[in-house]
Design a protein around this ligand. Structure first.
Ligand code: PMP
Length: 375
């Protein structure tokens, strides 16, 4: 078998499972309880907060735990909904950003969706031109989940700062966190969203980085947990599992990226013999962890099912939109030919992907294409 769908989710790190199981069994306390059991949970929570803060160069007080990136994106974006306000984003964001901003529009917010080039990058000049005195937020994802486009956040922040003292800068960093170097101070971000299950932590867990001094509105009304920014009993077992995964990955971001890039290069070498192949994620310019290819004359879903029967797991656009049959908004924004969009699959790698898995995957993809094109 070859699990090559790591942008959808990753298997949990063994140590993360162990730590989480132990917490579920033994450290079940509510960190808000004042007795010993609660205190121990609080200690574990605050230790995890420190680890996660360090992993992005933030202070512990700037980390707010959430149920994942969908919640994180909703919370940050919704905080900026106000009639007459202006928000800038890109056309290739995750649905948790795009749908929230569609809602914002219905509430009287003006939203600009920046177009992208063939590599999925926004045009910095267009960004600059769109910023007005009403702009309250610029939200741009660090790495695109469908084809691995990388936005150079550190280069975009100065443009925003130069043009506006009011506009805040947010990034959905789900597919970039622990995959590529990321420091919130260097990127000059005000907000950042992360999810645990893309980095070998548990599902239903994540955090938002909230720069000191900022106070996004709480989505949920209730208790005063997380500095009053996120009501509800904190999921300590998931968070310590997340911490264990981060401890395993954080020291090795650059070496892992280099190794995974070699695997992506191998995939590209193997697949380059496919006639008419369209590479949506070139090796040098996009995330090493994500390879999107279009194969005219095949259909993505059909390929996916053929490969699944052979024990090779890939996806079409993304897991979040896999059930709808519309063409991917991301591949459309790249202005790819229709046949390449329809025949697109996404192969996504992780730290633990092996050369054997990649070779097996490539061989099966070639077999699938030959079989499907002959039919
Ligand atoms: N943003 C991006 C870029 C993603 O890839 C995902 C996961 N598909 C999310 C947000 C949502 O994350 P979660 O599953 O934690 O809600």
């Amino acid at each position: 078998e070859a699990y090559l769908d790591n942008a959808a989710t990753t298997p949990m790190h063994k140590q993360a499972v162990r730590v989480m199981a132990d917490a579920l069994e033994n450290e079940y306390g509510n960190p808000n309880s004042l007795h010993q059991v609660g205190r121990r949970a609080e200690d574990a929570l605050e230790r995890a907060r420190k680890t996660l803060a360090q992993s992005i160069g933030a202070a512990p007080g700037e980390i707010i735990f959430t149920s994942g990136a969908t919640e994180g994106n909703n919370q940050i974006l919704r905080s900026f909904i106000k009639e007459g306000a202006h928000i800038i984003t890109s056309a290739i964001e995750h649905p948790s950003v795009l749908r929230t901003l569609e809602y914002a529009k219905s509430q009287g917010v003006r939203v600009d969706f920046l177009g992208v080039d063939a590599l999925g990058r926004i045009d910095p000049l267009e960004l600059e031109a769109k910023i007005t005195k009403d702009t309250v937020l610029v939200s741009l994802m660090m790495v695109n989940n469908e084809m691995g486009a990388i936005q150079d956040l550190a280069a975009l922040a100065p443009i925003i700062r130069r043009k506006s003292r009011r506009a805040k800068f947010h990034s959905d960093a789900v597919q970039g966190y622990l995959k590529l170097p990321l420091e919130v101070k260097k990127a000059d971000l005000d907000f950042l969203t992360v999810s645990a299950h893309k980095v070998h932590g548990p599902k239903g867990c994540g955090f938002v980085y909230v720069r000191k001094g900022q106070r996004p509105a709480s989505l949920l009304l209730g208790g005063e947990q997380e500095q009053g920014l996120r009501a509800g009993t904190v999921n300590v077992p998931a968070i310590v599992g997340f911490e264990a995964a981060v401890n395993a990955l954080a020291p090795h971001v650059e070496e892992n990226a280099a190794r995974v890039k070699n695997l992506k290069a191998e995939l590209l070498r193997e697949l380059s013999s496919l006639e008419g192949i369209q590479v949506n994620s070139p090796l040098e310019e996009t995330s090493p962890y994500i390879l999107s290819i279009g194969i005219p004359g095949t259909r993505g879903e059909v390929m996916l099912h053929y490969l699944s029967d052979k024990g090779v797991y890939v996806s079409t656009g993304s897991a979040c939109t896999s059930k709808d049959t519309k063409d991917s908004h991301v591949l459309q924004a790249l202005k790819l030919p229709e046949a390449a969009i329809k025949g697109s699959i996404r192969i996504s790698l992780t730290e633990t992907t092996t050369l054997d898995e990649v070779r097996h995957g490539a061989a099966m993809i070639k077999e699938a294409v030959n079989f499907l094109r002959r039919k």
